[in-house]
Design a protein around this ligand. Structure first.
Ligand code: TEU
Ligand code: CA
Length: 540
């Protein structure tokens, strides 16, 4: 089968606000990304996903858009964007943008018009229902805490929002709204961008307002019947361009994902949101290796023949993986990289992951930026949890861990900016930074470069995924197989030495080591694996 460009590609996610500040106002920007293109190219990745850079009041760091076709002045201008696109393309790097069309900002002109009253032509671009300040249309809860409804005194109605009240949900049932969105999408594609990451796309259709919630509080806006018509429209637009599309599609199960991501599916791939299986007391949770293994292996199996996976362990909404699965050492970060990147699919690396950036040691709520964390903190206090405990719980999982500035150097603000950055730099920047790792051959950064190059070879693009030792609680072992090639990925994802007995058919004492974070060991039946030891063996 002919390969699509994105099937052999590796993606790199940039959170522009925290990547590199070119003009020293404390905020990362487009010229900063341009300045770092050679760094990105040297990693060996093929495309960049940019978190939102559009005009926005920044209630949710750019996910509240007030103008889809304007660049936020913090990031630069449209001319800067065009320059970035051209310079990236000249280096053979593609750029995909975040497409946030479940909701807009409440400052978007459409919503400002809609607020004017029930007769306004834009009223129906959003979702309204009769309400009183005491009685909302239903009791659905938003992802960011509190009701999904916000009362509007003027019209005695409430509008619907699944995220912050400043992020009103769009009414996709309105054909005029859809036409405007589709036009905007074409505008960006005609500009020459290489695709989209579709934010919260599985939420664009809502259940009837009288839908009764049973177990899952988000069920009334998770991949609800009727969404297919809109996805079909989007697919037809996307099909006209040689682009890649990645959906953030929670609620689309691995079974359903086949239809979403096969060759005539709506999108090229989706980010599943199930793999972070947590264990432990609130405030001390970690990723459960067995749980993670089960989820990703199910996705591998269900999308093996038809469909395609997006592989990732970090993004801007989650803690640093090396803090919640590893032990914050480079060694464990290498083990995690080996474990996830060689599955079948397109791997995404989140800025800072390649140098092993870690969770921030928050000591007070004032240090937090993410609005959802702050709301959840308030909710915990209301539930009677002590402030210390609430802080511990919130700080453990806040999205801010991944949003601290990129650590470039051991100088002021980690070389991110010459002034005070918008969010505090992690105090470990003197030890963990790009410049130090570039110089050291055995660094995590250099390991990532090796891993990226290796995973673009045919076997790791095409090979089927087969899980071994499925019940082992610490070790992940899988083979990738084509008709004439095979490799074994074997990783101890714990800080304890383990002994495993491998199935006979993968044991080959002469097998060549393709990648390891430790000294080579022959591949024998009984393997003694040191803490976080990782190997990829080429089998014959
Ligand atoms: O996140 C959305 C998101 O995580 C939900 O859609 C998810 O389905 C839900 O939490 C169920 O687990 C995206 C962005 O990544 C995030 O940064 C934004 O804040 C959010 O959308 C709103 O645009
Ligand atoms: Ca700046």
């Amino acid at each position: 089968m002919e390969r699509k460009w994105w099937e052999t590609a590796v993606g790199y996610q940039i959170y522009p606000r925290s990547f590199y500040d070119s003009n020293n106002d404390g905020i990362g920007d487009l010229q900063g990304i341009i300045a770092k293109l050679p760094y990105i190219k040297a990693l060996g990745v093929d495309f960049i996903w940019l978190n939102p850079i559009y005009a926005s009041p920044n209630v949710d760091n750019g996910y509240d858009i007030s103008d889809y076709q304007a660049i936020h002045p913090d990031f630069g201008t449209m001319a800067d964007f065009k320059e970035l696109l051209a310079k990236a393309h000249a280096l053979d790097l593609k750029i995909i943008m975040d497409l946030v069309v479940n909701h807009t900002s409440d400052q978007h002109p459409w919503f400002q018009e809609a607020l004017k009253g029930k007769d306004n032509p834009y009223r129906d671009y959003y979702l309204w229902a009769d309400a009183t300040p005491e009685r909302m249309p239903n009791d659905w809860q938003s992802f960011f805490g509190g009701s999904t409804w916000q009362y509007d005194e003027k019209s005695k109605q409430a509008y619907f929002h699944i995220f912050a009240p400043e992020q009103p949900d769009l009414n996709w049932q309105n054909p005029k709204l859809r036409a405007e969105i589709y036009q905007m999408i074409r505008w960006w594609l005609d500009l020459g961008i290489d695709g989209f990451r579709l934010d919260a796309i599985s939420h664009i259709q809502k259940a009837p307002w009288d839908f009764k919630i049973t177990d899952n509080p988000w069920a009334p806006f998770m991949n609800v019947a009727g969404i297919d018509a809109y996805m079909q429209d989007l697919k037809e637009i996307f099909a006209e361009y040689p682009i890649v599309t990645v959906g953030e599609a929670s609620g689309v199960t691995s079974k359903k994902a086949v239809n979403w991501t096969n060759r005539d599916g709506y999108l090229d791939m989706i980010f599943e949101l199930e793999h972070q299986v947590r264990e432990g007391k609130p405030g001390h949770e970690r990723i459960n290796v067995l749980g993670w293994k089960k989820v990703v292996s199910r996705w591998q199996k269900d999308l093996n023949q038809h469909g395609w996976n997006a592989l990732y362990v970090e993004n801007h909404d989650n803690p640093r993986i090396n803090s919640i699965l590893g032990n914050e050492s480079e060694h464990s970060a290498k083990a995690i990289a080996t474990a996830f990147m060689f599955m079948k699919g397109t791997p995404f690396i989140y800025q800072g992951q390649e140098i092993g950036m870690t969770n921030f040691p928050f000591t007070s709520v004032d240090q937090l930026d993410a609005k959802d964390s702050y709301n959840h903190y308030q909710e915990l206090l209301k539930q009677g949890i002590t402030p210390d405990e609430a802080l511990q719980q919130i700080c453990h999982w806040t999205r801010d861990h991944s949003r601290t500035p990129m650590q470039w150097e051991a100088s002021h603000a980690a070389g991110f900016s010459q002034t005070k950055p918008w969010l505090a730099v992690h105090p470990n920047y003197q030890e963990i930074n790009v410049s130090e790792q570039e110089k050291r051959p055995d660094s995590l950064l250099n390991f990532y470069k090796q891993a990226i190059a290796l995973r673009k070879t045919a076997l790791f693009v095409e090979g089927n995924y087969e899980l071994h030792l499925p019940k082992h609680p610490q070790v992940i072992a899988y083979t990738r197989n084509t008709t004439n090639q095979s490799a074994l990925v074997l990783v101890n994802l714990s800080d304890k030495e383990v002994v495993v007995d491998l199935p006979n058919r993968v044991v080959q004492s002469e097998a060549k080591v393709l990648l390891t974070n430790t000294s080579s060991q022959p591949l024998v039946k009984r393997m003694h694996l040191q803490p976080f030891a990782a190997f990829i063996y080429q089998l014959n």
